[in-house]
Design a protein around this ligand. Structure first.
Ligand SMILES: [Zn+2]
Length: 242
């Protein structure tokens, strides 16, 4: 099958074209967290022909993941998510390269990536990913979902604006988890798909709405868009005090 056939439905878009497809093939995306968000985002990015996916997670596939983490199959239960994900993504698109990292070594991959997706579910990981992205000047696409609430935010300090830490000045580990609060598959899957969309826009040079926080009430089907402000006192991206 030729590349043109595989990607024809997106190559005919004026915003993509042959040049855009070549840009995607030359790009690398780091996905930290292969749960409900990352498992969906990874599939769309692999299918779109992003040349290299760097995936990071330390967990193994559990039966309770299968309700929403639709990258995995029953037979994957017990396997490392990175191994199971690589097999499935490579089966979907053998033309791309997939490298995997464990729970810690993703830090090495930040500088290798053109875009970083935060698909984790806890504040310590989110703060660490944000700090690494600020340091390496890499755009960050942050997603979160719990119960019937979703949120999406793009941070791109190359264009100024806030970082993730500006948004959450308190570094408490108070995030609720889906294990405690519950989640429906399509809610987290929608946010994961939108993270993939934002990543594609960043790679294609399209406006990814950096500096805006999008929140979604999935029960009432209402989206809100909020402008985020940079915090000059931010310990991560603020001017260092002398
Ligand atoms: Zn900041």
């Amino acid at each position: 099958m030729s590349d043109f056939q595989r990607y024809s439905r997106q190559v005919i878009l004026r915003e993509v074209g042959v040049n855009g497809q070549a840009l995607l093939a030359d790009s690398a995306v780091l996905i930290v967290g292969l749960g409900g968000l990352g498992a969906v985002a990874a599939q769309y990015l692999a299918a779109a022909g992003v040349g290299q996916l760097l995936v990071a997670d330390r967990d193994r596939v559990e039966t309770s993941n299968l309700q929403r983490q639709i990258l995995y199959r029953q037979g994957d239960v017990g396997q490392l998510k990175t191994e199971a994900a690589r097999a499935q993504l490579q089966a979907l698109n053998p033309q791309i390269r997939i490298d995997h990292y464990d729970g810690q070594s993703w830090r090495e991959a930040v500088a290798l990536a053109d875009v970083v997706l935060d698909c984790t579910d806890n504040f310590p990981a989110r703060f660490a990913i944000n700090a690494a992205c600020v340091r390496a000047r890499r755009p960050l696409v942050s997603g979160a979902a719990i119960r019937f609430e979703g949120q999406l935010a793009v941070f791109d300090l190359r264009r100024g604006g806030p970082c993730y830490r500006c948004l959450y000045p308190d570094q408490g580990d108070t995030a609720e988890t889906c294990e405690e609060a519950g989640i429906l598959g399509p809610v987290v899957g929608t946010v994961g798909a939108l993270q993939a969309l934002a990543a594609l826009k960043l790679m294609l040079g399209l406006d990814a709405q950096a500096g805006r926080l999008q929140t979604w009430d999935a029960l009432r089907m209402q989206w809100r868009s909020h402008k985020m402000a940079a915090d000059p006192e931010c310990p991560v991206c603020g001017e260092p005090h002398v």
